[in-house]
Design a protein around this ligand. Structure first.
Ligand code: SF4
Length: 315
């Protein structure tokens, strides 16, 4: 690794031999944490996780074709990932799920990324993905929201699952040869830097492939917005966020590729987003701090494989 961290964009170029563009896809799906009287994660707004994808009124193939046409012409792109981004994409009867995923296997799509929750992984869905992957020669990545490894924080933000479900799901997905991407929010007010370091260690030892780091933003009309407005918590400074990201990366396995280190937060309808700075400002702030201190991903990845007894084995 020549860079300060292992960038996902570089991985894609090396793996597919060219730049691969990720195209968001919406399907009519909900989330188990927002149904049956459950109120969802406290930071979740009405639109789910994605705010910039084409509306769900177009079919999967139409959404992708429109985007492929536009991006293909604009950037002379040839290879694309279909990214099922919003809500919990495996919270559907398995036949419906399979139909939507299969619809995405059009010319130019080399990979399918499926965003879901750790408590929505079952062998029926993984088998369906395997069938499609084999039939159409597409790779599969499953994106799992974990957000925090701290059980108290997970309760506080009403995630509705614990770390155990995440580990179970990630190990199950890996058995099928699919890639796993983990989403974490590193500035949750109830976490501290030790939680971030432990998160890096856990996803490293279970063999996660990619990580997406988010900076918490507070959307209007959410439970968290009400808590924030009432002064129930404060969000750490940008400098503290940078330190959390940097320590996370120093402890992370050098093999894990990083998709992002800060959220692309919407500007409108938020009470707090990226310390009122642009995504690029926050990213550069963190990267410059790493460079200035000579820090890099994986420099403290020394805890796996029996670290205490390693001293007895010279070779
Ligand atoms: S898992 Fe995602 S979609 Fe479901 S409530 Fe939480 S943030 Fe919202």
């Amino acid at each position: 690794m020549k860079d300060i961290y292992n960038r996902y964009s570089e991985y894609l170029k090396e793996h597919y031999g060219c730049r691969v563009y990720k195209l968001p896809v919406n399907i009519p799906v909900s989330c188990p944490n927002r149904t049956g009287g459950l109120s969802g994660c406290t930071y979740c707004d009405e639109k789910g996780a994605g705010f910039d994808s084409l509306s769900g009124i177009f079919s999967v193939a139409e959404q992708l074709s429109k985007n492929i046409d536009y991006i293909g012409k604009k950037y002379k792109a040839e290879k694309f990932t279909a990214y099922f981004q919003n809500f919990t994409n495996t919270f559907l009867p398995v036949d419906e799920f399979k139909k939507y995923i299969e619809e995405a296997c059009i010319n130019g799509i080399v990979e399918i990324d499926i965003s879901t929750r750790p408590d929505c992984i079952r062998s029926e869905y993984l088998n369906a993905m395997k069938d499609i992957s084999d039939k159409y020669n597409v790779e599969i990545t499953v994106e799992l929201g974990l957000q925090s490894i701290n059980p108290h924080t997970l309760k506080k933000i009403n995630r509705g699952h614990t770390l155990a479900e995440f580990i179970d799901a990630a190990l199950e997905i890996k058995k099928y040869g699919f890639k796993v991407c983990t989403h974490l929010i590193l500035n949750l007010p109830w976490d501290d830097i030790d939680d971030c370091i432990e998160a890096a260690k856990i996803i490293s030892v279970i063999g996660v492939d990619f990580a997406k780091l988010h900076s918490l933003y507070i959307a209007e009309n959410t439970v968290m917005a009400r808590e924030y407005s009432s002064g129930a918590f404060e969000i750490c400074s940008l400098d503290e966020y940078a330190d959390r990201v940097i320590e996370f990366l120093r402890y992370l396995s050098p093999d894990i590729c990083i998709e992002r280190i800060v959220s692309r937060a919407p500007k409108e309808n938020t009470l707090f987003a990226n310390w009122s700075r642009s995504t690029w400002f926050v990213r550069d702030y963190i990267e410059n701090k790493m460079r200035m201190n000579g820090f890099f991903q994986g420099e403290l990845f020394n805890y796996a494989g029996g670290s205490a007894v390693r001293r007895f084995f010279k070779n």
